[in-house]
Design a protein around this ligand. Structure first.
Ligand code: SF4
Length: 250
């Protein structure tokens, strides 16, 4: 270090002892003593947490379906972009009365780029058809547009970063009613940690437009627990009754 003698002169002027190890030059060993007094402790680089991706830029108000789909396809606002095969934007009729919302894509959805495919998707289709709604007549989306590895639950930061896309979909679709399937979707839409059993059987509301929202079981859960299909049927009839009241068909 070229400025060692000058630094030593400052230390001498301030009355700070200089520690000198045997066989080492004085200017090298005085620097840690200064650092201990004045500098914050900075962990070594390998101990720091990996940087989170920056949040996505805000969506333009009134963004249309095409640009919104492009924004989602290129989104890197959370770490799930590193492990996804592709984003799963949502599918269906963009003039639908019904918006069906699940939690996040699974392995098959990640492969195909479409929500609710596979056995759970077939059961969802059957549930909807039972209340007179073919799959093509509704819009289906998830809270998260990318698959969490190993189908783990979404974490709060992922939800916070992805929710603006769903809010934009709701703003474009203007659904008459929303049906959330499963605990994770319900809790995130309602910002609650209440159990699913307490959220079923009531009419909730979502977002700026206060869209009516009904909660039921996830079809994947119903495949594992067929005894609860009867309760899901009650939920579907409850939702249909509210929709019929809204559109004046009763
Ligand atoms: S989950 Fe949502 S926020 Fe995260 S990268 Fe995918 S689209 Fe972006």
């Amino acid at each position: 270090m070229q400025h060692g003698p000058l630094r030593n002169a400052y230390l001498d002027a301030l009355g700070i002892d200089r520690w000198v190890a045997r066989d080492a030059p004085a200017e090298v060993l005085t620097e840690p003593a200064v650092a201990r007094r004045d500098a914050p402790v900075i962990p070594p680089p390998q101990a720091r947490a990996p940087l989170a991706p920056p949040p996505a830029p805000p969506l333009e108000p009134g963004i249309d379906w095409g640009p919104l789909r492009e924004r989602v396809a290129g989104c890197t606002a959370c770490d799930l972009c590193r492990t996804r095969t592709q984003t799963v934007f949502g599918v269906g009729n963009t003039r639908a009365d019904w918006l069906i919302i699940g939690e996040a894509p699974g392995a098959e959805e990640d492969r195909q780029g479409e929500p609710f495919v596979g056995r759970a998707g077939q059961l969802l289709n059957a549930m909807l058809l039972a209340i007179g709604l073919p799959r093509e007549s509704v819009f289906i989306a998830n809270i998260l547009k990318c698959r969490p590895p190993g189908n783990r639950d979404p974490n709060p930061e992922e939800v916070a970063r992805c929710l603006p896309y769903l809010q934009a979909q709701v703003a474009l679709l203007k659904p008459k009613i929303m049906l959330a399937v499963g605990r994770i979707a319900a809790q995130n839409l309602l910002a609650t940690d209440a159990p699913l059993a307490r959220l079923r059987g009531k009419l909730h509301h979502f977002g700026a437009a206060d869209t009516p929202l009904v909660i039921t079981y996830h079809p994947a859960y119903l495949l594992r627990t067929p005894a609860d299909k009867r309760k899901a049927w009650e939920d579907l009839k409850f939702a249909r009754a509210h929709w019929q009241r809204i559109v004046g068909t009763t």
